[in-house]
Design a protein around this ligand. Structure first.
Ligand code: AMP
Length: 429
């Protein structure tokens, strides 16, 4: 199916062609006609599916067609609420790209920066507002924004919104919207509390389910390395030096961890930067731009900061730490392999993270292939291979995790190595 079949108006069709899009993604095929019919949508779709265009294109079209009524007024007609600043900026860029021949204008507002530039833009009059919840409520309270004329409302990444504790802000925003409006609700997952929230926002919605079961994007090749925690940095360096990786997004669980990894890479002469919520908005945007323009090879990120980062043709995602929430794994690796492009997702799993890996495999319903051939491999019992070789101990059978001569050797948790089984250490452990 081509975009022509979606009956898009000429200025939008022209912009889409300029973007290089040839065929609509499944969510676009389903959502665009429904939104153009002015129906509410409950969309279950993860990032990387082309979700932004699925709502931005029909919103632009509806506003363009109503433009004569609204052009002179430039009142805010459409509101998109999204959890993070990075996502807000990317959605703004999408509206700019798809709407560049429509004359429709937008503003992106988010916290952590001075509000002056944002309020100046609002004062000029805009058609579409893209906002994070906190700054939006702030500017409503200061009377820079009035939501009474909103005809189209989008709640994006609703599950993440809840995770980040924005539920009350979202409810407050909804209470300020006119009752008569069209609403679009998108979430990667649909747990009961999300359905409950959706029910308070939508009227007779059409359900679009792009990910009925949680699956990872099929185009992504996944692999896992078993490695001890202290060896993870060395393994990362080894992979970056031996594999053909032009740019990679590396995920750590904590901000501190992200800083340490970036520091280590820089000390090893690999260009790297960090993006996490402890950094100023300007520093984050600079890091993201340098990464997008390939000035920095590695961007080390925490989950919240990296949520929705859209880097065209990102080839590798590396999970330096395995996320403890399995859905997060899917979100992370969805940064690569976008819109059908191939990508590679590598995960470093230490002993404590094996349970997380198990949960992930269960969720995505595949067991991620293991890469055995690397210098920091550990056995199933958590002993680095280098240690085993040093101690001249048989390499444990990788399946069972026990030494081939299991009767003669045992693993000492205290000494963190294999040793002869004696009565002394038998009683100790
Ligand atoms: P999203 O899921 O909205 O974050 O979009 C993921 C990526 O897919 C973005 O880089 C878009 O520019 C790209 N994209 C969206 N729709 C299409 C399409 N129909 N053809 C090719 N690329 C697309």
């Amino acid at each position: 199916m081509s975009f022509e079949k979606l009956k898009l108006i000429e200025p939008i069709q022209k912009a889409i062609t300029a973007e290089g899009y040839k065929i609509p993604t499944p969510i676009q095929r389903q959502a665009i006609p429904i939104i153009l019919e002015r129906k509410d949508v409950l969309g279950c779709a993860q990032t990387g599916t082309g979700k932004t265009a699925a709502f931005a294109i029909p919103i632009l079209q509806l506003l363009y067609e109503a433009k004569d009524e609204i052009r002179s007024k430039k009142i805010i007609n459409s509101l998109i609420v999204t959890p993070t600043r990075e996502l807000a900026i990317q959605i703004g860029e999408s509206f700019n790209a798809y709407g560049k021949y429509t004359g429709l204008t937008n503003a992106v507002i988010f916290g952590g920066v001075s509000q002056k530039a944002q309020t100046d833009k609002l004062a000029h009059g805009i058609d579409i507002l893209i906002a994070t919840p906190g700054r939006l409520l702030d500017l409503i309270q200061q009377r820079f924004i009035d939501l009474r004329n909103i005809k189209l409302f989008v709640l994006d990444e609703a599950d993440r919104m809840l995770d980040m504790g924005f539920i009350h802000d979202v409810q407050k925003i909804i209470s300020k919207l006119p009752v008569k409006r069209q609403s679009l609700f998108f979430s990667a997952t649909m747990p009961p509390e999300i359905i409950k929230l959706a029910n308070t926002i939508l009227t007779h919605p059409i359900k679009i389910d792009i990910t009925p079961e949680f699956k990872t994007v099929e185009a992504i090749r996944q692999a896992v390395y078993f490695v001890s925690k202290p060896d993870k940095k060395k393994l990362l360096l080894h992979i970056l030096k031996t594999e053909n990786i032009s740019s990679a997004l590396v995920f750590t669980r904590t901000k501190h961890g992200a800083n340490l990894v970036a520091k280590y890479l820089i000390a090893s002469k690999i260009s790297a930067d960090v993006i996490h919520s402890g950094k100023s908005q300007n520093a984050r945007q600079r890091a993201l731009n340098n990464f997008k323009t390939l000035h920095t090879k590695i961007l080390v990120a925490t989950d919240i900061a990296a949520r929705g980062i859209d880097v065209e043709r990102l080839s590798h995602v590396i999970n330096f730490d395995i996320p403890n929430i399995p859905e997060t794994y899917v979100h992370r690796i969805g940064r690569t392999g976008r819109a059908g492009l191939g990508g590679i997702a590598l995960s470093f799993c230490d002993d404590e993270e094996r349970a997380y890996l198990k949960d992930i495999s269960k969720l995505i319903n595949i067991s991620i292939p293991i890469i055995h051939d690397h210098p920091y491999r550990i056995s199933n019992n958590g002993v680095p291979r280098s240690e085993q070789l040093k101690a001249k101990i048989p390499v444990p059978n990788s399946k069972s995790g026990v030494p081939k001569k299991s009767g003669s050797f045992r693993f000492s948790k205290n000494k963190k190595r294999w040793g002869r089984k004696t009565n002394a250490n038998k009683t100790k452990t």
